[in-house]
Design a protein around this ligand. Structure first.
Ligand SMILES: [Fe+2]
Length: 307
């Protein structure tokens, strides 16, 4: 069966020409994996997706993770993580942006970046989609790296950056805080949502992708904290901050982004070792159901900094 591959805006591709309800043979599986490695972001549309075939399809790309929080895990399908707009819980996800309340808006991030061991990737399936807003953005950090000038590339080889988990957007140094006000129920510390306190983690500023060997710019706005000992790379502390500001601005360029507007049945698979993602959020009270499967990976990209 010949797959049809159509470029999305700027980054990623739409893949069609197969039927998810049919068994996926080795040749097709190899072709799908190779497209994932080549493009980092794959969109599938118009498939007849049930929980069973989402799980079977996701396994093509690797072993799946069981979500650690039992309350968000589907009892019937432990590999399936269901994101539902629950009116009771939604209030904790609401914050104000230029005076407008938005639920579930998320800055550019890499899943589990703050642990030092991000998962390999994930597949989202839109089951019930928001009537407006509710987009998911994907940003290709391999393309962002390729587009840097040679001097910056050489400098980044000498640098490690750190990430510090926080529940408070106002404490994040490199996110855009203009017009932002936390909501009345925004969590203030990790224990408010039963999270532990995560220690700071460090990554090389450029990570070589363990599977594809491509260089990936490991600079993402959410939780970004600092450059370790910048003087070792010939930078003053002020120059280190300016460099991170410049790199974050670089990753925000639309030429590295694809924003997906969800229709029921759409699936997006991304490589979490290469692509960052964000959520534009919805107005409070919007109905929404997303099924997520998570692909583990056996590489560790960062390291935990012990005191
Ligand atoms: Fe995420």
């Amino acid at each position: 069966m010949a797959l049809t591959v159509t470029p999305l805006d700027n980054v990623g591709v739409e893949v069609s020409g197969f039927d998810i309800t049919q068994p996926i043979d080795d040749d097709l599986a190899a072709e799908l994996v190779s497209l994932w490695n080549e493009h980092g972001i794959l969109l599938f549309r118009g498939q007849d997706v049930t929980p069973e075939n989402q799980i079977a399809f996701s396994r093509v790309f690797g072993e799946l993770e069981i979500h650690p929080l039992s309350e968000t895990r589907s009892q019937e399908y432990p590999e399936l993580f269901t994101l539902v707009n629950d009116p009771e819980k939604e209030k904790y996800l609401v914050a104000n942006y230029n005076g407008k309340p938005m639920a579930g808006k998320l800055d550019w991030h890499i899943d589990l970046h703050y642990t030092g061991k991000p998962n390999r990737g994930a597949l989202l399936h839109g089951v019930v989609c928001a009537q407006e807003d509710g987009m998911t953005g994907f940003g290709d950090l391999a393309k962002a790296y390729d587009a840097l000038d040679d001097d910056t590339k050489a400098l980044l080889e000498k640098i490690e950056v750190t990430y510090t988990f926080s529940m408070q957007r106002r404490h994040m140094r490199y996110v855009d805080l203009e017009g932002y006000e936390p909501g009345a129920y925004s969590p203030r510390k990790p224990s408010d949502i039963n999270y532990p306190n995560f220690p700071e983690v460090a990554y090389p500023a450029v990570v070589t992708h363990p599977v594809t060997g491509r260089k990936v710019l490991e600079v993402v706005e959410q939780f970004l904290e600092r450059i370790i000992a910048p003087h070792r790379a010939g930078l003053s502390n002020d120059e280190a901050i300016e460099l991170l500001e410049r790199l974050v601005a670089h990753t925000r360029k639309p030429e590295f982004h694809y924003f997906h507007q969800w229709q029921p049945g759409d699936m997006v698979l991304w490589d979490n070792w290469r692509a960052m993602h964000c959520a534009t959020g919805t107005k409070p009270g919007m109905q929404r159901v997303i099924h997520r499967t998570t692909i583990m990976g056996d590489a560790t990209l960062g390291r935990v900094l012990e005191a």
